[in-house]
Design a binder for this molecule. Structure first.
Ligand code: OGA
Ligand code: NI
Length: 355
């Protein structure tokens, strides 16, 4: 069959959303004993930092307090939920709906988007880095760049027919939200308001739809293994099915799904720019046997040619000097994708410490 031939020639037969995985877990998805053990030792968070964007945008007397709350969330937790974020609820719902519709499309309508080459910036793929990993993640994903919109929208899916319209509006609103957060985060570090936005050069905004089908045996698999995100700041819309977990003080915690809020986490480039003041969040996702789950992260970060390094004023404030060597985002990504999904990419860019 022509379709079968195409599927195996591209590696696309591995896509979970094509459905041969409903009854049993193939050994290539089975995680290590150590990881299986860690699935049994997960707690509920007793506190989730919530940031009210309205308070941050207020120029009046409550702003310093709001910035301090943001600083604590970034410094002590590495993530927060943002509410009153200004993104319309209708757009959030439409985006979730069209994301689901995309993954319900028949194989032949998506095959042209499939790739395992990360340099292809608009792609449909599965797991994380199929050519580098021994254990696959229980995930399919669609990813595409969004900034500037006019330059990239023609590479996005045309099916469902409303995809470009809905995702275009969503990306525009997410960019506005992210830039406001980056201003406030700059301020919380004692930097000029536009410091981080400028440090990211022409800025890279990439949208991803993660699709996690139900898994027949959630004790044996991970939806996405432990990692930190390679960009600067990640803003995630979740559906009502939970599955995201974060690591805090060496233990795993379930993150509750909060309707209408975005989950925001610190990613690698912010750890570098802040010279280690804010840490990139270690997180993972787990599977369940009952319901499919969709999450839509927006990865905001540097353009490929931007040179990333710790902010001078934060280096001056640190007795160790700069913790990271300067690098371009392209160099960082090529290292990130040369391996399986890990939590340690940043170590490759550390300045060796003498003591
Ligand atoms: C990611 C990610 C978590 C989730 O795509 O980088 O961490 O909940 N996703 O889907
Ligand atoms: Ni992530």
């Amino acid at each position: 069959m022509v379709l079968e031939g195409l599927k195996s020639a591209t590696g696309a037969q591995n896509l979970l959303s094509w459905g041969d995985n409903k009854l049993s877990v193939h050994p290539k998805y089975m995680i290590s004993d150590e990881e299986r053990q860690s699935l049994k030792q997960v707690s509920m968070l007793s506190y989730v930092p919530v940031i009210n964007l309205q308070e941050l945008m207020d120029d009046g007397s409550s702003r310093p307090q709001a910035i301090e709350k943001l600083r604590k969330a970034c410094k002590e937790h590495g993530y927060f939920e943002v509410i009153n974020h200004g993104v319309s609820e209708a757009i959030m719902e439409d985006m979730m709906k069209v994301a689901d519709e995309f993954f319900q499309l028949p194989v032949e309508d998506k095959l042209h988007l499939f790739s395992t080459d990360y340099r292809k910036r608009t792609l449909l793929s599965t797991s994380f880095n199929a050519t580098k990993e021994a254990t696959m993640h229980w995930r399919d994903y669609l990813r595409h760049p969004c900034n500037p919109l006019e330059e990239h929208i023609n590479s996005w899916p045309t099916n469902p027919s409303s995809y470009r319209d809905v995702a275009g509006k969503y990306a525009t609103q997410l960019k506005e939200l992210t830039l406001k957060l980056l201003e406030a985060i700059s301020e919380s570090l004692g930097l000029e308001k536009d410091y981080i936005a400028k440090a990211l050069g022409k800025q890279n905004q990439t949208m991803q739809i993660n699709y996690y089908p139900p898994c027949p045996n959630p004790d044996l698999t991970l939806a996405l293994g432990a990692h930190t995100d390679p960009n600067c700041l990640t803003i995630v819309q979740h559906d009502e099915v939970s599955g995201l977990q974060i690591m805090k003080d060496g233990s795993w915690f379930d993150v509750p799904a909060i309707h209408g809020a975005f989950f925001v986490n610190i990613a690698d480039q912010l750890q570098v720019i802040s010279n280690g003041e804010y840490k990139s969040l270690v997180h993972r996702a787990v599977t369940n046997s009952r319901k499919k789950r969709i999450s839509i992260p927006t990865f905001y970060g540097p353009s490929y040619d931007a040179e990333i390094k710790p902010a001078d004023s934060l280096v001056a404030a640190n007795v160790h000097g700069p913790l990271y060597v300067p690098f371009t985002f392209e160099q960082f990504l090529s290292h990130f994708y040369s391996q399986k999904l890990v939590t340690t990419t940043l170590e490759h860019f550390e300045v060796p410490q003498s003591n």
